[in-house]
Design a protein around this ligand. Structure first.
Ligand SMILES: Nc1ncnc2c1ncn2[C@@H]1O[C@H](COP(=O)(O)OP(=O)(O)OP(=O)(O)O)[C@@H](O)[C@H]1O
Length: 362
């Protein structure tokens, strides 16, 4: 892979823990046992791809294959579990389900997204009218977004995203709602973006839209990159898979999906890391130790731990015990040395001076 990229993903995985309830989540968080007891699902099983400046990359795949997970990782909405992610520039995501704050009005959302993108108040004011005109939602701009129809939300989300001037535009199923006039307006805007040399990631189930807009396409299949390359070839291969899949019996279809999902449940991250180490050794002739060190660094250095390690849990436990001890020492009125030599005194507080005096006059 070259360094001349706008977006780079290398061996990216995403794991979700499948907790039965919030209680289970809390228990696992504080548990000192290994968390392997919780079933977990690997939404991405190691994705590597690059998107270049001025390129429009389409992402296609069946429902639940991991397309939105990828677009959300690129946008910085969710972190990857392992792997290297580098995005050079400001991203703006347009997704049916992401971006807008429902309790705020349309106008407040324009301000919020503008500020989040790093625009000044003057810059926001300069594009505000264009956004309102593009979104075409009339007086609703002063209403909370929760009162909008899904089409209105989508129009506003798209209008904001394309007017706050991002380097990278990520469009996740945003064109599937809204009427034809708005759709044509969006297509025109995306084409303008392309002409300006901006980078686009386009997630869609509409193969026609993908063919019209994308220079290359990545086909994601049950968490894996099944194919990436020329739009026509990749889309045709995907069409062939879909039509072949429709021809088999529904029992065969369910079995195929069930088996694929099972592989996502059984995915072994350590074995995957080892396979990358092996490839690194073969490709660069490095020693196993050196390859393992390099791969491990790229695999985990980017990722903030989302779970407490056992050591952290122990340290928090010890800190809690010390805090409780000092609280009891203070309340009991005994000295620290006495409390350490005979902790049972903590259960028998000393009398205060006033109480002692009161005792004398009894
Ligand atoms: N928060 C979560 N917890 C558990 N599993 C999740 C979570 N978010 C996504 N998943 C699972 O990860 C897999 C990929 O989801 P994702 O939304 O990325 O797929 P998709 O290709 O965008 O699907 P669609 O085409 O239906 O939008 C799915 O099996 C989904 O159930």
């Amino acid at each position: 892979m070259s360094e001349d990229y706008k977006i780079k993903l290398e061996n990216v995985t995403k794991e979700y823990d499948l907790y039965q309830s919030k209680n289970d989540k809390l228990k696992t968080f504080f548990s000192l046992k290994k968390r392997h007891e919780v079933p977990h699902f690997w939404s991405l099983k190691g994705i590597s791809l690059e998107v270049h400046q001025g390129e429009a990359l389409g992402i296609i795949g069946v429902n639940g294959s991991g397309k939105s997970t990828i677009s959300n990782i690129i946008s910085g909405i969710i972190p990857q579990t392992t792997g290297f992610v580098d995005v050079k520039g400001d991203t703006s995501i347009v997704a049916i389900s992401a971006g807008l704050k429902w309790s705020l009005t349309g106008l407040e959302n324009i301000r919020l997204k503008g500020l989040m993108q790093g625009l000044t108040f003057e810059e926001i004011a300069a594009v505000r009218e264009d956004i309102i005109e593009f979104a075409d939602i009339g007086d609703f701009i002063n209403q909370p977004v929760k009162d909008y129809s899904s089409g209105m939300r989508s129009r506003l989300g798209f209008a904001i995203a394309v007017h706050i001037n991002p380097d990278i535009l990520i469009i996740d199923e945003a064109l599937s709602v809204g009427d034809d006039t708005f759709y044509q307006k969006c297509l025109k805007k995306i084409q303008e973006f392309k002409k300006e040399g901006k980078t686009i990631v386009f997630v869609s189930h509409s193969l026609k839209q993908v063919e019209m807009l994308c220079d290359r396409v990545a086909w994601i299949h049950f968490g894996e990159l099944r194919e990436i390359g020329d739009t026509k070839k990749t889309v045709n291969d995907y069409r062939k898979f879909s039509s072949d899949f429709k021809k088999v019996t529904s029992a065969e279809r369910s079995k195929y999906q069930k088996d694929k999902k099972q592989l996502q449940l059984d995915f072994d991250i350590d074995a995957y890391e080892k396979s990358i180490v092996q490839k690194e050794q073969e490709d660069h002739g490095t020693s196993e130790h050196e390859a393992a060190r390099k791969v491990h660094k790229n695999f985990y250095s980017e990722v903030l731990p989302t779970k407490m390690t056992t050591l952290t849990k122990w340290l928090i436990g010890v800190a809690a015990v010390i805090m409780v001890f000092f609280a009891l020492v203070t309340v009991s009125g005994h000295s620290i040395t006495k409390s350490i030599s005979d902790p049972s005194v903590l259960m028998h507080p000393t009398y205060t001076k006033t109480q002692n005096k009161a005792q004398q006059f009894k």
